[in-house]
Ligand binder design. Structure first.
Ligand code: TRP
Length: 448
């Protein structure tokens, strides 16, 4: 077997992992669930979830990945040959596969909307027409499947080029590009007359809004946003060189991901409030509400184009990380070349994904536990696979993995200090697992 590929530079690791974390989750999902959960108070709960659960799980995935040096399933197997811990790896790879099947549908919508923005198609339409445009589009199998195919094709191309020449290379310029775009959009948003109410909504908490559902949504979203419980960060961890500081990387990635989600909120809510629109419009927020208001602000054309470009770039740096988790397994398990593994995985994901595309149109009456197929995949992975996978991961590191191995990973074999080891170990043993269990039981209705 050849030498395992690795990220060339610290910035490359950071860019690839931030690219994975920052996606539709930050720019499409975070703003609309913040809107539906009442704003600032939700954001505070979310920050707590990231700190006590998201960050420790992220660091744990890096530890497992860099020590195991292989795909998520075999990493668990090599660290614990006797146990059944590798089930977490299986759940992870299944999640990555299934998430990509539906995520590529929504990433495809963003491409369609990028072309609509470029073609100036939001101008001269009233609210009802823009709503109808969205409904008609997502129900149109030809167009949704076409764009989904383009997204998966691009993703496959980048992954087939490998870690350094594919994922690292593309993330290293796409991530800075998307940060520049989001800052431009923020400046436009906060200088809008009447936008201040949007900032109050984001930053002035009203604690009467916090309830069980708010906490659940916040936790579920922290897993999704940091790409946890899907083998992705274990896979990326396996490509991190021995001299990178895992703790610093995990912390800076979690901070960057959270900051970008908040920047996305700043780009969106002042605009929403400036035009007196309710912030709680749900998944249609960026596809219906924003296209409505872009034509009404000065420079709206260019900001619409930039916004949908931002969404598309953010989506692609995430889809490559999902595909990589599946592909790394294909390479190791079936001894495939990277290229073959990428093409075969993409085809299989596309086959499942087509049904997710169709589930808003021709197949919309087929229900899975009360959801269409796309929403079913979303809930199955977010509420079950990723949560259980993350729980097993954190229990594995807190209770099973030899403490010396953790210490060795955090200190790079004694080369650097890791004064946070005790805190991390305590949180990983007690706080995170208990918090995940409580929230999980509550989410399936066992606790109030
Ligand atoms: N974190 C990404 C986002 O916020 C999505 C993502 C990428 C993901 N890889 C993942 C989600 C793995 C879950 C698991 O859009």
């Amino acid at each position: 077997m050849g030498k395992r590929e690795s990220f060339k530079s610290s910035f490359g690791v950071f860019a690839a992992a931030v690219g994975s974390a920052v996606g539709l989750g930050n720019i499409w999902r975070f703003p609309y669930i913040t809107g539906m959960n009442g704003g600032a108070a939700f954001i505070l709960v979310y920050l707590i979830c990231v700190a006590i659960i998201g960050l420790p799980v992220l660091l744990s995935e890096f530890v497992i990945g860099r020590k195991g040096k292989t795909n998520p399933i075999d990493s668990f197997k090599s660290l614990a040959p006797q146990g059944k811990w590798y089930i977490s790896g299986i759940l992870g790879i299944m999640s990555a596969f299934l998430i990509l099947a539906f995520y590529s549908v929504i990433a495809g919508w963003t491409l369609e909307y990028l072309t609509k923005a470029i073609g100036n198609q939001f101008v001269g339409k009233d609210v009802a027409e823009i709503g109808a445009m969205f409904e008609n589009f997502i129900a149109d199998p030809k167009r949704t499947i076409f764009w989904q195919f383009i997204i998966l094709g691009l993703t496959c191309y980048i992954v087939a080029n490998g870690i350094e020449k594919g994922i690292e290379k593309y993330s290293s310029f796409l991530v800075p590009a998307l940060i520049v775009i989001i800052i431009i959009l923020d400046i436009r948003a906060i200088t809008l007359p009447g936008g201040k109410m949007g900032l109050d909504f984001l930053f002035k908490p009203d604690f009467s809004k916090v309830n069980g559902k708010v906490i659940l949504d916040a936790l579920g979203h922290s897993f999704f946003s940091l790409s946890l419980g899907a083998g992705t960060m274990i896979t990326y961890g396996s490509y991190i060189k021995g001299n990178e500081k895992l703790g610093t990387s995990a912390l800076s990635i979690a901070l960057a991901d959270t900051l970008i989600a908040i920047l996305a909120g700043i780009a969106i809510f002042p605009v929403v409030f400036a035009f007196g629109i309710e912030p709680n419009s749900g998944p249609g927020l960026v596809f219906v509400t924003l296209p409505n208001v872009f034509p009404q602000i000065s420079g709206g054309y260019i900001f619409a184009v930039l916004f949908f470009l931002l969404l598309t770039l953010a989506a692609i740096t995430s889809t490559i990380s999902m595909l990589e988790a599946v592909v790394s397994f294909g390479i190791d398990k079936f001894k495939l070349s990277r290229k073959k593994a990428a093409i075969i995985s993409t085809i299989l994901i596309f086959i499942v994904g087509v049904f997710a595309s169709l589930s808003n149109g021709p197949l919309k009456d087929i229900s899975f536990f009360g959801n269409n197929f796309l929403d079913f995949l979303d809930k199955l992975t977010a509420n079950y696979f990723m949560t259980i996978g993350s729980l097993i991961t954190i229990i594995f590191v807190g209770w099973k993995l030899n403490k010396k191995i953790i210490e060795e990973q955090l200190t790079n074999g004694g080369m650097i200090e890791s004064n946070y080891m005790r805190t991390y170990y305590f949180v990983a043993r007690y706080i995170s697992p208990i918090a995940i269990i409580i929230v999980f039981l509550a989410s399936i209705g066992i606790l109030g």
